[in-house]
Design a protein around this ligand. Structure first.
Ligand code: 26Q
Length: 746
């Protein structure tokens, strides 16, 4: 079927009496047929991306775009009286929860776009990330039954199912293949667990609650389940094609481990080579060292996986033995390299009954990469400093990127058309052409202002409908949308808004440009303080939005169920992107890049990829504030006393609103807990562990400066435009080319 035939078939489609869902499935299947005919296996070297998460978002529009038939489909449907936007009713596939999962999806898109053979392996969760509703200001979690729409973009492969064995159960891993369309058709293979009710639980939920032993074991089963399925079929496929001359395996395969979650694949690889194919342990270890590469996405201690050996021994005894043996080989090697005792402890894979998965990954991986320049420096100098000393060539930087197809072409048609008109269409294929946008004229700025206005109107109209909050399109739009976590400091934005609110109300702040703050975030269901922050923001929103004295100048909205599709609207309609994490803690951020590419300035800290963003677009075109990594290190050494900041009356009023009855937490006591976390400490954390109070004053001042600058609309738009013109570096096409050249050698 060629493109003409596809359009003919589409025209022939009888739409009478059909539901949106029927049409969605029929058109998708037709497009699959059209797209799949050019799919062919690639016999050279392939790269495989093992990830617990693939946050794909909506496939429909993106796939039609990649197949080059989006506009045509839109026209044919319009002739039949159907608006293509009706398919927005079909919800996202949210098989991930944040940056790490979305990055995996962007990488697959870019690799296919560039014609590079990169394939994904993951889990086909029955329920994706929960759907969030806000009730009475609190987050409520609802199951995400994404498969109820059908799954026309996947093909089930019963003939390729594999048996995965645990000590206490056997499970089938049934592949579902999703094509990734581009110059090349790559494959995302997601495994579904089948065989018994117990087995099915393995692929039921993304993130089983892991506060119980059962939950932890289930998570371990998930990790092994898909890792073993992937490694098993790669080895078997190799034998089928090349025989048992495994020395050649790395010439044809490279496996990228997306954080520590699939690191158990290394042990399974060695287990299969030794037990099934009879190879020596030492040889299998060498082969593993040539096959695996590892990406670290976070330095937060609570996210670095380590497994109690009793769990592993109980359900995967052979894997436990192998990991212990790898640990012994590692110690032997470290000693030969001249490591001291404490250095060996620091790099230990197995110690005092625990398996350290990051250390296992670092020891085996041929490359270890961070995801932004600063993050990689922190890996080299802190987290993996010992390994870096003894293996200086392992650590690399690969600054993240985003696919400009979804995050510009698809989500911002108006800006894309302006780009076509001013710099030509070349940027769609070669994003580096975007640089030409730096030669803008007065007229371009005016046209850009118009585009931003249109996208803002579309966004605010959608918000009015979805959230019931009306906001004038004359408002300056700030957005902080990302996972809810204390280190991302949504709480600091909440305090800053309160300070601004009181200053407007008292008349102290007169020249404040009318602004709206948009929040979007999901909190992990068991993360109490994060949930309290959501409630706090909603309390502030209720107060601020209903105050007729100020609501012509300030509004706050917390959008429900923030996801990829919501993000597509928000990044296009926002003026100012809030990226205010504690310096050193946001590995990279990728939302920051999406905003930049859509012409929002960054108001943020010197953290993650923000640093590279301002390097490319200029400090003068962005708003950087707050303590740097170095300052914070010094502060920690000297002793940080957050309570001293409460002598500032504005801070005091904002912070104490948590406990002085200004707001209600519904009697849950959670606001008091938040307050205590700032002043007294919480769990194992120091008071104000994330330096919210330390950076608050300069944050408020920076926000006020942004507002003042916005009064010169043209100058502000020029800053935004320069951000777009210099955002090409943050296309995942660039990132993927670097992985392909420096790591995968494909
Ligand atoms: C750990 C232990 C047990 C259970 C779950 C986890 C776990 C799960 C998910 C730990 C971390 C994650 C997700 C991390 C993540 O999304 N990191 C983000 O990765 C992005 C892509 O590199 C970066 O841009 C972000 O800075 C980083 O926060």
């Amino acid at each position: 079927m060629d493109k003409i035939k596809f359009i003919e078939k589409l025209k022939e489609l009888d739409t009478n009496g059909k539901t949106t869902l029927d049409l969605y499935n029929e058109i998708s299947l037709l497009a699959m047929k059209y797209g799949m005919q050019s799919a062919k296996p690639f016999n050279g070297k392939n790269a495989y991306y093992l990830s617990m998460e693939f946050l794909i978002g909506r496939s429909f529009y993106n796939n039609l775009l990649e197949l080059g038939v989006l506009e045509e489909t839109k026209c044919v449907l319009a002739e039949k009286g159907i608006d293509i936007n009706v398919f927005e009713e079909i919800e996202d596939a949210a098989l991930g929860n944040g940056g790490l999962g979305r990055l995996a999806a962007c990488f697959l898109d870019s690799a296919a776009g560039l014609g590079l053979p990169l394939h994904g392996y993951g889990i086909r969760y029955k329920y994706g990330l929960f759907k969030q509703a806000i009730e009475n200001g609190f987050q409520v979690e609802l199951p995400d039954d994404w498969q109820r729409f059908g799954d026309p973009w996947s093909i089930r492969r019963d003939d390729e199912k594999r048996l995965i064995e645990f000590a206490d159960m056997k499970v089938y891993a049934v592949p579902y293949d999703m094509p990734v369309f581009g110059k090349k058709i790559n494959r995302l293979r997601l495994f579904q667990a089948e065989g018994s009710a117990e087995a099915e639980k393995i692929s039921e939920y993304l993130y089983p609650a892991d506060d119980t032993e059962d939950g932890k074991i289930l998570r371990l089963r998930q990790e092994y389940f898909f890792s073993a399925a992937a490694v098993g079929e790669l080895l078997e496929g190799f034998v089928g094609q090349h025989g048992k001359d495994f020395v050649k395996f790395p010439e044809f395969n490279v496996i990228q481990l997306n954080d520590t979650h699939p690191v158990i694949a290394i042990a399974e690889f060695i287990r299969l080579l030794t037990k099934k194919y009879g190879m020596d342990f030492a040889d299998a270890l060498i082969l593993a060292k040539q096959t695996f590469a590892y990406t670290n996405h976070t330095i937060l201690p609570e996210a670095l996986e380590c497994w109690n050996d009793d769990y592993v021994k109980k359900i995967l005894p052979e894997i436990a033995d192998i990991m212990i043996k790898i640990g012994e080989y590692a110690v032997h090697e470290f000693k030969e390299l001249g490591c001291r005792k404490e250095q060996i402890t620091d790099m230990a894979i197995y110690s005092e009954g625990r398996f350290y998965m990051a250390n296992l990954a670092v020891y085996i991986a041929k490359t270890v990469n961070g995801v932004a320049a600063l993050h990689t420096e922190i890996l080299k100098n802190k987290l993996f400093s010992t390994a870096h000393k003894f293996y200086p060539h392992k650590l690399q930087n690969k600054t993240n990127g985003i696919t400009h197809r979804r995050w510009l072409e698809l989500c911002n048609k108006e800006l894309s058309e302006l780009l076509d008109k001013t710099i030509g269409r070349g940027w769609r294929v070669d994003i580096t052409c975007l640089e030409r946008f730096n030669d803008f004229t007065e007229e371009t700025i005016d046209e850009f202002i118009q585009v931003k206005q249109t996208k803002k109107e579309q966004l605010l109209k959608y918000i009015a409908k979805a959230e019931g909050v009306k906001i004038s399109a004359d408002f300056l739009v700030f957005a902080q949308v990302k996972r809810l976590h204390e280190y991302k400091r949504q709480l600091m934005t909440a305090f800053a808004i309160l300070e601004i609110y009181y200053a407007i109300k008292s008349g102290e702040l007169r020249d404040f440009t009318p602004s709206v703050f948009i929040f979007g975030a999901k909190s992990a269901p068991a993360y109490k303080r994060a949930k309290a922050i959501i409630k706090f923001i909603n309390e502030i929103a209720a107060k601020v939005n209903s105050d007729s004295q100020t609501n012509g100048k300030l509004k706050v909205v917390f959008v429900q169920n923030y996801n990829v599709s919501y993000a597509e609207k928000i990044v296009a309609g926002t003026d100012v992107s809030l990226q205010v994490s504690t310096a050193g803690l946001e590995a990279s951020g990728t939302g920051n890049m999406k905003f930049m590419m859509n012409g929002a300035v960054t108001c943020g800290t010197m953290d993650g990829a923000n640093i590279e963003i301002v390097e490319k677009a200029g400090k003068e075109n962005n708003y950087i504030f707050g303590a740097t990594v170095e300052e914070l290190a010094k502060l920690k050494e000297e002793g940080y006393n957050p309570s001293s900041f409460l002598s500032n009356a504005n801070h005091k009023k904002a912070v104490e609103s948590l406990i002085d009855g200004t707001f209600s937490d519904g009697g849950s006591g959670e606001f008091k807990e938040l307050y205590d976390s700032l002043t007294a400490g919480a769990s194992w954390h120091e008071p104000d562990n994330y330096f919210v109070l330390y950076d608050l004053e300069c944050y408020v001042n920076t926000l006020i400066k942004v507002c003042r600058d916005y009064s010169d609309k043209k100058l502000f738009a020029q800053k935004q435009l320069i951000n777009i013109a210099n955002s090409a570096y943050f296309s995942s096409d660039r990132t993927i080319k670097e992985y392909a050249k420096d790591i995968w050698k494909i």
